[in-house]
Design a protein around this ligand. Structure first.
Ligand code: GLN
Length: 561
């Protein structure tokens, strides 16, 4: 399927931009982000120009300083914003990049208002939630629009009824009033539980959450019903009547088999795209889904399965490596394979005497990014195992730093080699603090963040081949430490190739930063300082992940012969 930007535009915009707001009710973790992204995908397939954003009610200025155990992965945009992982879903489903304006938190909104107050911008007036905070929220919504946008989808984080969500709800109410009802649609995603003991589907929690919305003057146009079971006509009629929504606007979102990429088809089959266009006074046009369907057929009919281990320290949180696990799956789809992901806790490897057994049935290993000392030695063990047993390996950010330390210790025999992040007194500092990071005291938005170009100097390397022979690629970053160039020569002598470099200054090639390393004479051993996982989608899988899975499958078949 062509990415959104390649699709023929619909020509002139049909009047003012339209808005779709998505709220959530009853419980969190309903998949609001996936639903918002699926709606966006359908509108793009209709030829509309779509933007998508998330407003989060928590007080952190951004999720950059939040613990992955609590909040899951921090997703990084090209322009270097540290954001909520839902932006990852947006990019993966829509096939277009998000930006800083695709995400706002209460913290960021309040910070702007307080900065304005300190700068005297309110001329001595009393600064209040209404109108100052609500105005700033409306400004945040408008910031995601550009001249081209036909439809902006705005997802409101949290659950209706949360105290901190109220200013956002009020801002949406005002926004709807000002933009005109014909141009704004409200979708409420609510959980419809099935009570096993009673054998019944219950609509009451959804009714109550709609009541909560009504209290603040918001009447949903669409009720999106998240459930484990199919609802049936009588349940839908009841929901329509008591939630005051048209019967045809009650949309079922029951659990899907196989993958989240089924969700666009689920809502497509119920015609939500046409109903939204009708509601927003946009022309109802064709919405071709053939390419998406083809992709789903590949997902549903794999020719085999590979076991891929993910070795990290935040393994117990389902979403801490969301983009990584997605990228591994995408690479599986591209190779017509399904992936059996085995999560291995890296500190567990340190404590387990028989740790090698944990890799007995593993076909490939990915070591993802991370921070701090805990679990680092376990990552080194996993990497040593891959290097010495010819198991395909991909290292990401900290995974690349760990691969370098492992090589220094076990191949170059540099005792005590380490990253200074783990041991600032190491005799062999293989990974060191980046020059510009030495002065940084403040947390939040202060790492090397966002997209940087990377040149691929070695045409014959696996890295270069994976990237299709490109001279320069662009990948996203989020780190403070880097490979110490003093060790480059020794590494090269011992068989490590530097296959990706960042050249901050063309006049000083020796000052380049190591971006990608690759081990010679190994089926697949590549590690990158970047986070390629952020740029992978089901439609266009990331080349490094795709090549990892291709090499692994080849190796598996060779072993079977
Ligand atoms: N902790 C390492 C650094 O700051 C790696 C960061 C990461 O994996 N995102 O450089």
């Amino acid at each position: 399927m062509a990415p959104a930007s390649d699709r023929s535009a619909r020509g002139k915009r049909q009047g003012p931009p339209r808005h779709i707001f998505i709220t959530g009710g009853v419980v969190s973790s309903l998949g609001k982000g996936i639903t918002a992204a699926s709606i966006g995908r359908l509108l793009i397939n209709m030829g509309y120009r779509v933007r998508i954003q998330k407003l989060d009610p928590y007080l952190n200025v951004d999720p950059g300083t939040m613990n992955p155990f609590q909040h899951g992965e921090v997703f990084v945009t090209d322009d270097g914003a540290e954001t909520d992982l839902d932006l990852g879903h947006y990019e993966r489903f829509l096939g277009q990049p998000c930006s800083r304006n695709s995400t706002y938190t209460s913290g960021r909104i309040y910070q702007t208002v307080i900065n304005h107050e300190r700068a005297g911008r309110y001329n001595g007036g009393t600064v209040q939630v209404v109108p100052h905070i609500t105005n700033e929220i409306k400004e945040a919504i408008r910031s995601a629009l550009d001249d081209d946008v036909d439809v902006l989808i705005t997802e409101l984080g949290g659950t209706v009824g949360d105290i901190e969500g109220l200013p956002f709800m009020e801002a949406v109410r005002q926004f709807r009033h000002e933009a005109g009802r014909d141009h704004v649609a409200l979708c409420h995603l609510a959980y419809i539980p099935y009570i096993k003991a009673a054998g019944e589907i219950k609509t009451k929690p959804a009714q109550h959450s709609v009541q909560k919305l009504r209290e603040i003057g918001l009447i949903p146009d669409f009720l999106l019903c998240r459930s484990e079971e199919r609802l049936g006509k009588d349940v839908k009629e009841k929901l329509a009547l008591f939630c005051n929504v048209d019967m045809k606007h009650v949309i079922e979102l029951h659990d899907v088999a196989h993958s989240i990429y089924e969700v666009p088809m689920l809502i497509y089959r119920q015609g939500l795209h046409n109903l939204l266009a009708e509601r927003l006074n946009l022309p109802i046009v064709d919405c071709p889904m053939n390419d998406w369907e083809l992709m789903l057929r590949h997902i549903r009919n794999p020719k085999g399965t590979l076991r891929v281990a993910l070795v990290g320290k935040y393994i117990n949180h389902q979403d801490a490596y969301k983009s990584v696990t997605e990228a591994i799956d995408h690479a599986g789809y591209a190779n017509l394979l399904s992936i059996d992901l085995v999560r291995i806790e890296s500190d567990g490897l340190e404590k387990d005497e028989n740790w090698r057994q944990q890799f007995n049935d593993i076909d490939a290993v990915v070591v993802p990014g991370g921070f701090g000392r805990r679990g680092f030695e376990g990552m080194l063990r996993a990497i040593e195992h891959c290097r010495s047993h010819g198991i395909p390996f991909l290292g990401l950010c900290l995974g690349m730093q760990a691969a370098s330390v492992e090589f220094a210790r076990n191949v170059l025999r540099l005792d005590g080699a380490n990253s200074v992040e783990m041991d600032d007194k190491t005799p062999h500092p293989i990974i060191v603090l980046m020059e510009e990071q030495k002065q940084v005291m403040q947390l939040g938005g202060t790492m090397r963040l966002g997209a940087y170009p990377c040149t691929l100097p070695r045409r014959s390397s696996r890295t270069s081949k994976a990237y299709g022979g490109a001279d320069v690629v662009e990948e996203r970053h989020r780190h403070r430490f880097e490979f110490n160039n003093d060790y480059r020569h020794a590494f090269e002598e011992a068989g490590m190739l530097f296959t990706g470099l960042y050249q901050p200054d063309a006049q000083q090639p020796e000052a380049s930063l190591v971006e990608i390393i690759e081990l010679r004479d190994h089926p697949y051993f590549i590690a990158t300082q970047a986070h390629p996982e952020f740029k992978s989608s089901a439609v266009i899988p990331h080349p490094l992940f795709k090549a990892l899975i291709t090499a692994t499958w080849r190796q598996r078949n060779a072993a079977a012969e």
